[in-house]
Ligand binder design. Structure first.
Ligand SMILES: [Zn+2]
Length: 252
């Protein structure tokens, strides 16, 4: 630990984050969020140019952290981030070979677990059965000029508890933006004595703006939204998609 400080101040910081994650004082994802503020691989490569030993030492701590993120939190997203940082450092050939082993291990774990018993939306926590989405699926079997007949069923899409909170917070935010924009248009309509027209225009504008706002909020986080694009890739849903089931109710 004290030896680590000799290499670069970043090394003991990562080591501390690793210990706190192992003791469950912080979550691995919180440790990664903090690291993003002080760990810049380009900068480290420059500062430690010619000091391969130091970069190897930092890569080692990052791989140790990856192991702890997986063991303690089942957080593959954070583990993979740490390994990616290690590989972005100009490390020695031997060290790189060792990190590749971790990289392969994490990729295998991802395939084995994400969507199976680890959350598909964040890849950073195990499933929580109470947090499942029950997604309706539809399959058309008869269509005429006037009507379409289809089968419907619901498939359980598991999530982690945190993503449930995140997804509903997102809906809440989108809802708030919608109401805010619409109210502004209605108020303008009241003063212009054109409430109905402004109400209709405002509704359309609010819908468009709230959709944009929802997307922007999500890009900042590791959590993928529970939209059709992401749901279609879920291991519980994907096989049905291949059989011709769809996520939206068919219309005539
Ligand atoms: Zn999740």
């Amino acid at each position: 630990m004290s030896q680590l400080a000799l290499y670069h101040p970043v090394a003991p910081s990562i080591h501390t984050a690793m210990e706190q994650t192992a003791q469950r004082t912080i979550l691995a994802r919180e440790a990664v969020a903090a690291m993003k503020r002080y760990l810049f691989t380009d900068q480290l490569n420059q500062e430690l140019d010619g000091n391969e030993e130091a970069k190897d030492a930092i890569a080692t701590v990052l791989c140790d952290f990856a192991q702890v993120a997986w063991n303690t939190d089942r957080d593959l997203n954070s583990a993979i981030q740490a390994v990616t940082w290690a590989l972005a450092l100009n490390i020695s050939v031997e060290k790189r070979k060792q990190v590749w082993v971790y990289e392969k291990q994490m990729a295998d774990l991802y395939k084995q677990h994400v969507g199976i018993d680890i959350c598909h939306f964040c890849a950073a926590a195990p499933h929580d059965r109470k947090s499942s989405i029950f997604q309706p699926l539809y399959q058309e079997y008869e269509r005429s000029a006037r009507q379409v007949k289809f089968k419907k069923m619901k498939v359980e899409v598991p999530r982690c508890e945190r993503c449930t909170g995140f997804h509903s917070k997102e809906e809440g935010r989108v809802g708030l933006v919608f109401i805010g924009v619409w109210a502004a248009f209605l108020l303008a309509g009241y003063f212009m004595k054109a409430m109905i027209v402004m109400g209709i225009i405002g509704g359309a504008a609010a819908w468009w703006i709230s959709k944009k706002a929802g997307k922007r909020v999500l890009k900042d986080d590791i959590v993928r939204p529970a939209n059709n694009e992401v749901l279609a890739l879920h291991p519980s849903i994907a096989p049905f998609m291949e059989e011709g089931w769809v996520l939206e109710e068919p219309t005539a």
